[in-house]
Design a protein around this ligand. Structure first.
Ligand code: BG6
Length: 486
């Protein structure tokens, strides 16, 4: 275990993300010994708070996971300064405190800035960190930034240019918490540590791929944010395309971040971008309605707090991606994500071709072979194959070879723990590179353009269902079906 030395400054230090994910993640790194004596955390936000009250807040965010005897010592490394992001004086205060903590804890000038607040201010903060000298240190300076990274390609580009004034590309850690998930990282292991699997990983053997990020929850308290975002921006532009990239990228030269990123970018560039008038043939929007059988249980999206009653924001998207790479040409890659679906399910399904002459008669129950990587709510890998029914004769039935399925708490901070630890170690492999972000916005912008030109009537699916009928038709026209959600 290598102890890391750093000062982490969190913008948005009293916010939901900090309390629910970041403090527990930092605590876990501390409990495991990755952080010991030589670290400090500064929380900043608008609110006035003393260090003491801030430490109480941090303590209460970790009570359920912490060893009681460690809490006081841990929170003593936390400091608070109220901050107005547009006020120069605020940055001077931060600079003084940073320098003081640097010598008090021997932090070697290592600094991580974590933007965990409304994106409106990202540009301003980056520029001021530079102009007020906060990034002028002997050690490393790194920026961790939460999504949304822009609202479209143009605003993402502006944001990236502003960040570029203070940080270069290899100092910017664009977080996609899906890349911190255990089973998402496992995709590379399953592929590249198993030649048998990698040998089949192409259009000669795979008939279609399905990536599902389904949620049972609705928009909860985030109506205001979500109504300006939608499923494409909230889940597709980042999480889905990142997962898809890891599943489909070519064999990298090494597991080094630049080799992995290069392959992901090459893959993203190989995706066909549909013409505006064709978008609806490839991407289906959806919006949840109340459930007709139990309208009291779930509201329609349009009745949620802070949502426009006439909103046309999509809470669901199903899509078909096609690639013109040698490896994937001809293989449809279906994706879907949505809120208020039947169940929470995050999975990757690889369906293999079944084009051998059938030696068995109709009484044999047979399935196409599938490899299923389940990311949530359970973590497992299953291979669906056909085997002989025990006894006389040669009759087959489907069976599943599965790794043990450990149930995981979807809200567990493990993903953030990995993400922060990677940034401490300076390993940006599981973060998004600007080139990936730019390519994904290009596709998303086109989809929105297509949907705006040929609008779909919304809402079009009931809460608790599997999504709009058009999502099933998308696969049916190719002769496929979605792998069941539950
Ligand atoms: C976030 C989205 O990035 O991911 C949320 O903004 C979504 O809308 C969440 O609920 C899902 O993450 P997880 O890890 O619970 O699948």
């Amino acid at each position: 275990i290598k102890e890391e030395t750093t000062l982490i400054t969190i913008f948005g230090g009293t916010g939901d993300l900090a309390n629910r994910k970041l403090y527990p993640a930092i605590y876990r790194l501390y409990a495991k010994g990755f952080l010991k004596e030589n670290f400090a955390v500064i929380g900043t936000a608008r609110r006035q708070l003393t260090n003491e009250l801030f430490r109480q807040q941090v303590a209460s965010s970790i009570t359920s996971i912490a060893d009681k005897s460690q809490i006081q010592e841990f929170v003593s490394h936390f400091y608070y300064r109220s901050h107005d992001v547009t006020n120069q004086e605020s940055y001077k205060v931060l600079l003084d405190l940073s320098n003081e903590l640097d010598s008090k804890y021997s932090l070697k000038g290592n600094r991580i800035f974590f933007l965990a607040m409304a994106p409106t201010f990202f540009n301003e903060i980056a520029v001021r960190l530079k102009s007020e000298g906060l990034v002028d240190t002997e050690g490393y300076q790194r920026l961790m930034i939460e999504k949304p990274f822009g609202h479209n390609l143009e605003s993402a580009q502006e944001l990236n240019d502003a960040l570029g004034l203070a940080f270069n590309e290899n100092q910017i850690y664009r977080i996609d918490h899906y890349l911190g998930k255990e089973m998402v990282q496992n995709v590379s292991a399953i592929r590249f540590a198993n030649p048998m699997i990698e040998a089949l990983w192409n259009n000669r053997h795979i008939s279609n791929i399905q990536v599902t990020l389904a949620e049972e929850l609705g928009v909860e308290e985030r109506g205001g944010y979500y109504d300006n975002s939608g499923a494409l921006r909230d889940m597709f532009q980042n999480h889905i395309l990142q997962v898809v990239s890891l599943v489909l990228m070519d064999y990298p030269l090494s597991l080094d971040k630049s080799d992995i990123r290069a392959e992901k970018v090459r893959l993203l560039r190989s995706f066909d971008v549909p013409e505006v008038d064709e978008v609806n043939n490839f991407f289906v929007p959806g919006q949840y309605d109340a459930n007709p059988e139990d309208a009291t249980k779930y509201k329609a999206y349009r009745s949620e707090d802070n949502v426009d009653p006439k909103s046309t924001t999509e809470t669901f998207v199903a899509g078909k991606l096609t690639s013109h790479s040698d490896r994937w040409n001809g293989v449809p890659i279906y994706i879907r994500t949505g809120k208020r679906l039947e169940t929470k399910k995050t999975s990757i399904v690889i369906e293999f071709k079944n084009d051998r002459p059938n030696l068995f008669d109709d009484s044999n129950e047979q399935i196409s072979n599938t490899l299923v990587i389940e990311i949530a709510p359970n973590e497992s890998i299953s291979l669906n194959i056909n085997v002989k029914v025990p006894g006389q004769g040669l009759v087959t039935q489907p069976t599943v070879l599965q790794t043990s399925a450990d149930s995981v708490d979807p809200n567990a901070p493990e993903a953030y723990e990995k993400v922060i630890h990677d940034c401490l170690r300076g390993d940006a492999t599981y973060f998004s590179h600007w080139d990936e972000v730019a390519l994904s916005w290009q596709l998303v912008d086109r989809i929105y353009e297509g949907w705006a030109t040929h609008p779909t009537s919304l809402p079009n699916y009931a809460s608790g269902s599997t999504g709009p009928e058009a999502a099933n038709e998308l696969l049916a026209k190719d002769g496929f079906k979605w792998y069941p959600l539950s």
